[in-house]
Design a protein around this ligand. Structure first.
Ligand SMILES: [Zn+2]
Length: 259
């Protein structure tokens, strides 16, 4: 049986051999992209729609499509529920809303949009019809108009450069705009008491960059550096299953090494 030390030496030797065998490669990837799957409790809501409980009272919501997307539901100190982004469709949003009612009863519920794409807000119309206030940036409304989007805009607007802070009893939530990224209007949502940051579509949790049609590729990594101010144990990406804080640095790395 190998001792721990023998195993360690073996690994080091292997790394040296592998390293020496590739002398031409000047840029080694700094990040490894092995699958990261915490054993979070999974709750299936409907076909292709499930939640993972990442903290007590905080759920990552995932709708599986050709490019699965994440939203977030958080129970605040005063029992208000904060939903960050909707699933891709009205139907999935209705299913999710039904689960929330079943689980929590008649609670105050608000929604925050982190951008103008479908995976951020295609369910707005349904939630608004159910009396849910939807917070969003002024620029998000402008971009919805510019793109002739069929989706309902947010109902409660704030100037994007100022961001937004909402209070729920003893707990706050902060919406922050770091500058242009994957879209011109993507914002992040920070729950300081939980050390939880919803990074949304500007942060990649799957090892790739995806759709860049509306992106500012020069500004994006610069904007991401400003997220280092947030102390977070969990960072939730718009897409992907990695919820650890290093995904911010991983995304910067991906952007800086794009062809
Ligand atoms: Zn997205």
């Amino acid at each position: 049986m190998f001792s721990r030390n023998a195993l360690l030496i073996g690994v080091i030797v292997l790394l040296i051999v592998v390293g020496c065998a590739r002398p031409d490669q000047s840029v080694e990837p700094t990040v490894s992209y092995e699958t990261y799957n915490e054993p979070y409790k999974r709750i299936d809501v409907a076909e292709g729609l499930y939640l993972r409980e990442v903290q007590n009272g905080a759920y990552v919501i995932t709708q599986e499509t050709e490019f699965a997307a994440n939203s977030l539901l958080v129970e605040m100190a005063d029992s208000t529920l904060v939903l960050v982004d909707t699933p891709y469709t009205i139907d999935a949003t209705r299913e999710l809303h039904g689960w929330i009612i079943e689980q929590y009863g008649d609670r105050d519920l608000i929604e925050i949009n982190t951008g103008f794409h479908d995976d951020n807000l295609a369910g707005n119309g349904y939630l608004i019809s159910r009396g849910v206030p939807v917070y969003g940036a002024d620029l998000t409304v402008d971009l919805l108009k510019e793109h002739n989007s069929p989706n309902a805009p947010p109902t409660d607007l704030y100037p994007i450069d100022e961001g937004l802070e909402l209070e729920f009893g003893s707990e706050i939530v902060r919406v922050y705009y770091p500058g242009p990224t994957h879209t011109l209007d993507n914002v992040v949502v920070y729950f300081p008491d939980r050390r939880l940051l919803f990074g949304g579509c500007m942060v990649s949790g799957w090892g790739g960059i995806g759709n860049t049609d509306d992106a500012d590729l020069d500004a994006w990594p610069v904007s991401l550096h400003s997220l280092e101010q947030f102390e977070a144990d969990l960072v939730i990406p718009g897409h992907g299953d990695r919820f650890y804080p290093e995904i911010i640095a991983e995304t910067i790395d991906l952007l800086e090494n794009m062809e």
